[in-house]
Design a protein. Structure first.
Ligand SMILES: NC(=O)c1ccc[n+]([C@@H]2O[C@H](COP(=O)([O-])OP(=O)(O)OC[C@H]3O[C@@H](n4cnc5c(N)ncnc54)[C@H](OP(=O)(O)O)[C@@H]3O)[C@@H](O)[C@H]2O)c1
Length: 328
């Protein structure tokens, strides 16, 4: 565990590493992403920040607030529904047109829903797309800019996906996108999104071209945000009551602290480069399931599947229709 006082001390020194850090916050209009962007703006020296999300109203408020926090910061809102990979490509194109490097890519766009598989017109479940496919598409598209950041001054290059590090679960490698009848459930969707994130990051980190990039998968713990907004009254109330009951146990991380912890994970030297799983209190973590999948070479299998999905959704109206050879 890393004490929050230690983290705040290090964040205070962030401006010393130099000006013009570029941060992209996908899901930066609410919750953990918003809080992480705010702390980055507070402590970085003249940063350029991109907030990606759907809510223009919320983003406009943040753009104004961030100007007050740091007069030298530049914040740009990119409005997009990033559950669609073609929209991810558009956002990345816009960023590439404006920036030659990205120092920090924070991926936290997500939803909480108890409903079943909800297919986008690209053939992927919306939640699994937001939590995994879309984030890995951002990663793949922006890796050249992250590599550029690792060789420019200051050499800082991090990707953070905020999801469920350490909670990897069983993977059906013959149906990674959970298309088969009966395959999709709350737990299989979570298992696949979390395991595919950890395995993909591990796989990408092994590429010598990415040797100076850090791939961080975080589990933020319980953070009170707007995540339950689509659940309906009863479930939302249950979540709120749960949060109140858990508060004295220390298991709930205040949203400001979560932002500070993620801004620190994204900028401090604590984790070096490579693939890292990080828990709610800044501790390195792992899981038996992840170690087993990794040992069995499933990282490569998952990344091949990602590349196949990316290939199939390219082009107007294109859709992922599965892989008939299956994956083992
Ligand atoms: N909070 C927790 O306790 C907790 C615990 C474990 C894991 N997590 C994970 O952490 C991530 C962030 O959660 P949070 O608590 O920060 O949630 P949040 O407050 O609801 O924020 C979610 C963000 O995702 C964006 N988003 C949702 N759908 C989108 C779409 N289709 N296109 C573009 N942006 C979209 C939202 O922006 P717009 O509304 O502007 O689109 C918002 O900025 C989630 O993946 C969640 O599963 C959270």
């Amino acid at each position: 565990m890393v004490a929050i006082s230690e983290i705040r001390g290090q964040l205070h020194k962030l401006s010393e590493i130099g000006p013009n850090l570029v941060g992209v916050f996908v899901g930066g209009t609410s919750g953990i992403g918003e809080s992480t962007a705010r702390e980055f703006v507070r402590y970085a020296n003249a940063p350029r920040v991109y907030l990606v999300g759907r809510s223009r109203e919320q983003a406009e408020k943040l753009v104004e607030e961030f100007k007050d926090i740091n007069k030298e910061a530049q914040t740009t809102f990119l409005q997009s529904d990033v559950s669609l990979l073609r929209n991810v490509d558009e956002v990345c194109k816009e960023i590439r047109g404006k920036e030659s490097k990205v120092n920090l890519l924070v991926l936290s766009a997500g939803i909480m829903t108890m409903s079943g598989r909800d297919e986008t017109d690209e053939g992927l479940d919306k939640k699994v797309s937001l939590h995994c496919y879309s984030r890995l598409r951002f990663t793949a598209n922006l890796l050249p800019l992250l590599r550029a950041a690792s060789t420019s001054q200051p050499p800082l290059s991090r990707i953070i996906s905020v999801l469920g590090a350490g909670y990897e679960g069983a993977l059906d490698t013959s149906d990674l996108s959970l298309r088969k009848p009966g395959a999709y459930s709350l737990s299989s969707a979570a298992n696949h999104a979390i395991s595919m994130t950890s395995l993909s990051f591990d796989h990408l980190a092994k590429d010598a071209a990415n040797k100076d990039v850090a791939f961080v998968h975080s589990n933020p713990g319980g953070v009170q945000t707007n995540l339950g907004r689509n659940l309906g009254g009863v479930m939302q109330k249950l979540l709120a009551v749960g949060a109140v009951l858990l508060k004295p146990t220390g298991l709930i991380v205040p949203v400001k602290e979560s932002g500070e912890r993620h801004a620190w994970a994204g900028t401090s030297g604590a984790f070096g480069s490579g693939a890292i799983l990080v828990g709610p209190k800044g501790e390195k973590t792992t899981s038996k399931v992840f170690e087993g999948l990794r040992r069995d070479g499933k990282g490569e299998v998952v990344w091949r599947h990602m590349e196949e999905v990316f290939r199939q959704v390219e082009g107007q109206g294109a859709k992922y229709i599965g892989e008939d050879d299956g994956h083992r």
